[in-house]
Design a protein. Structure first.
Lengths: 251, 251
DNA sequence: AAGTGGTCTAGACCACCGT
DNA sequence: CGGTGGTCTAGACCACTTG
């Protein structure tokens, strides 16, 4: 990547052209994917990377800027640039949009109910892009806000990636699920899509959330992706929205 | 803003320090607020602005970059930089998250039902930060997807800003409401917050949406803001989510 | 060809963090 | 103090649009 001979650079009239900073970004993302730099680690300094890629600091900077905007990296002035991690208060609630109507900050607590390996149904297989019948870790958990049950989550994970996950392990963990996934299985969630609907409570979910069957619940279906846009989690969350709501910012 | 004498710049050990590019950004936002550059207009070129502010092009560029990231401006290579507008297919559905389950693109059509000036209730006044009893334009409309009624919106607008809005005007308009607000009243929505809940249908909304009273509807409450974070619209949307859902991307 | 935004460089200096 | 990211400059050249 320099002005001289040794460049993977593709210049000008080429359909596959991409600017230097993007090539560098792609390379760095690959480094993240391959675990060369792990969550929480400091990556090399801008000057170091500029030297390594034989480009100016400004070009490295632009690559890092984009990755920071995508929450892949976190910059800290004077200290360095770090691989983002769910094991960090700052990004702890990045994927949790449910909040109390009162606006207060309350403590949320996850109560795991069950955890088992099952065979992927056709629906699960389609979402996770695996084969029907392939192993899937299915877990159910109740999310409480200040002790009050608010969300019942039914979570399905690509079995291949989460072998050995048990109810005991989940029970002994006090941080977010994604923090555990990242730490124990090296699977980092970087993006998710959620689909929301209003549905009537069934006896099972209603019972756990303290609402009568037939009463409205907010159903949040989430597909979560790791590097390379690979879906690794599908979950259904049944939310009681009597005293809580799903908050979304439209930019 | 130069290295010489004539600068509003505040340097170094100052609690109110802000970098040059941010001062330029603030100045440009003020220009937008004051209508100096209207929606759809081209703003001066980067070189022109650099000369005007007496800074380098890179500094202006950084200011514009941020504004483009916030959807205030739109860059078009070779043509110029333009003030964002809702009257533009590209940003037409920027605030509409409801989509058919099938994933098809379908035509949505707004059917205005009523439009009147009312006195702000305590709740409306609080959200819009106006006085209780102040004039508010209240309008109700039905949103159809492929003819099928899907959303009933109850919309409240700061009366002072939307004087003279009538049902006839709404009926004769085929683009988005925000496009009309921007064109007829010079009020541009730049940001919104939505709060979602599941609620039982009442006879009124249920009737219009074709669901029985008591059946679950998705309630979307939106507060929309114009420049300076000023709330100018509050709306409640009752959505039938039998064949549609609210889609959200979590970055 | 002229004008716009997009990329890249080389170098300067500042702000912040740790030792 | 040295090392990090953050800001800013001046100038070069490329890519895209329009006339």
């Amino acid at each position: 990547m320099n002005r001289e001979a040794s460049r993977p650079v593709m210049r000008s009239p080429s359909p596959t052209f991409s600017p230097l900073y993007r090539q560098i970004k792609d390379f760095m993302i690959k480094s993240l994917e391959e675990g060369e730099w792990g969550p929480g680690d400091a990556i090399p300094s801008e000057a170091e990377l500029a030297g390594r890629f034989n480009v100016s600091q400004g070009t490295v900077r632009k690559a890092i800027d984009e990755m920071a905007a995508e929450n892949l990296l976190v910059r800290r002035q004077g200290k360095g640039t770090f691989v983002a991690t769910h094991n960090d208060p700052r990004s702890y609630y990045r994927f949790l949009r449910l909040t109390p109507d009162s606006g207060e900050k309350v403590q949320s607590l996850s109560e795991p109910l069950s955890c088992a390996v099952i065979a992927a149904t056709r629906e699960i297989a389609a979402v996770l892009r695996i084969g029907e019948g392939d192993p899937v870790v299915a877990l159910e958990r109740l999310l409480r806000f200040n002790g009050e049950p608010v969300v019942l989550d039914q979570i399905y994970l690509v079995g291949e990636l989460f072998q050995g996950l048990t109810l005991e392990r989940l029970r002994g963990y006090d941080r977010s699920l994604y923090s555990l996934f990242e730490g124990d299985y090296g699977v980092r969630m970087i993006r998710a899509e959620e689909r929301l609907r209003a549905v009537p409570a069934d006896p099972h979910s209603g019972g756990l959330l303290g609402v009568k069957a037939g009463e409205p619940l907010l159903l949040v279906e989430r597909t979560a992706f790791t590097y390379g846009n690979k879906p690794v989690e599908w979950r259904r969350g049944f939310c009681c929205t009597k005293r809580h709501h799903y908050l979304n910012e439209l930019g």
